[in-house]
Design a protein around this ligand. Structure first.
Ligand code: GUN
Length: 302
């Protein structure tokens, strides 16, 4: 029986975080301060609280300064924008991240547009989205960047491969498609209105599942030998009645694919490593330093 190689995102992320920590020390020696990352959390959404705590811990572990701003769920949009404007002009702050989702009374687009694009470590600002689209250097969203590094580490050159991205969010699906296109893949974006998802998935050498729906991709659809990157983190009730986390791809994909990322322990840890990488990239650019080389040549995204 075929058993896919497990792409160990946790180990790769740990390696990257160590490299980043070294580069952070070099930055601090040169500039006289460590890079700073500000994270804003509005409200008390349990999942967001966990993410923000992990981001803060990882930032400190990499030797960067973490500025955490926790705001009440009732904070006004004006007040939130004022805080972002203060951080935009604070020289100790190289990166700003506003944890999403935001409460309903706050306009997400207005908040993202308010962040100085040079500090937009999420890569969500239209300026950075545009730079990615035209193939110019900018800050790239963390999750797709992490997926790309895992793919390149496993497959090397991606040129000419058929890639299917399932999901069209601004956070994952759309930037992922742009990154794969820049690697000369033939890219299809599938989504909730795609007529025959099975047929689209069947032709893929690379499958990026980012639909946010538990096991929506069936193993019978996967071309033998394909590489599967599972971005999904879905909480479901298992047969024993206990809650468990599953991806967007059926677990039996391991019997068909040549390689896949596990859930958990695949893409998730890479997202945080890429956030640190983006914070360092932003800090170097703001300090007028060339980016401290930290990714293997084969990992570069140009
Ligand atoms: N919420 C879920 N994923 C993300 C992310 O990558 N960045 C931010 N800011 N919020 C999120």
């Amino acid at each position: 029986m075929n058993t896919a190689t497990i792409i160990d995102g946790k180990a790769r992320a740990a390696e990257l975080r160590e490299q980043i920590a070294h580069a952070v020390s070099a930055f601090a020696m040169e500039v006289g301060r460590a890079p700073g990352l500000a994270v804003i959390l509005v409200g008390e959404d349990p999942a967001s609280q966990i993410y923000v705590r992990s981001k803060g811990r990882a930032t400190a572990e990499a030797g960067m300064v973490s500025f955490e701003h926790r705001l009440d769920v009732t904070v006004s949009q004006v007040e939130l924008l004022k805080l972002i404007e203060t951080l935009n002009v604070d020289n100790r702050v190289d990166g700003i991240l506003v944890q999403l989702p935001l409460p309903q009374h706050i306009d997400e687009d207005a908040v993202i547009s308010c962040i100085d694009p040079s500090k937009d470590v999420d890569g969500f600002h239209v300026m950075n989205a545009g730079l990615l689209m035209v193939g110019k250097p900018g800050l790239v969203p963390c999750t797709p960047l992490g997926c790309l590094l895992l793919l390149k580490q496993h497959l090397g050159d991606l040129s000419g491969l058929e890639a299917v991205v399932i999901g069209r969010s601004n956070i994952v699906g759309k930037p992922m498609a742009q990154l794969l296109l820049a690697e000369s893949c033939t890219v299809t974006i599938a989504h909730s209105r795609t007529r025959d998802l099975a047929d689209v998935v069947r032709r893929a050498d690379i499958i990026i599942a980012a639909a946010g729906r538990a096991e929506i991709v069936k193993s019978s659809w996967i071309k033998p030998g394909a590489t599967v990157i599972d971005v999904g983190i879905n909480r479901v009730t298992g047969e024993s009645g206990k809650a468990k986390i599953v991806g967007d791809v059926e677990a039996t994909a391991i019997e068909v694919a040549s390689a896949l990322t596990p859930v958990p322990g695949g893409v998730g840890p890479m997202t945080i490593a890429m956030l640190l990488r983006n914070a360092l990239t932003a800090a170097c650019a703001r300090a007028g330093l060339p980016e401290i080389p930290l990714l293997a040549r084969s990992d570069q995204t140009s």
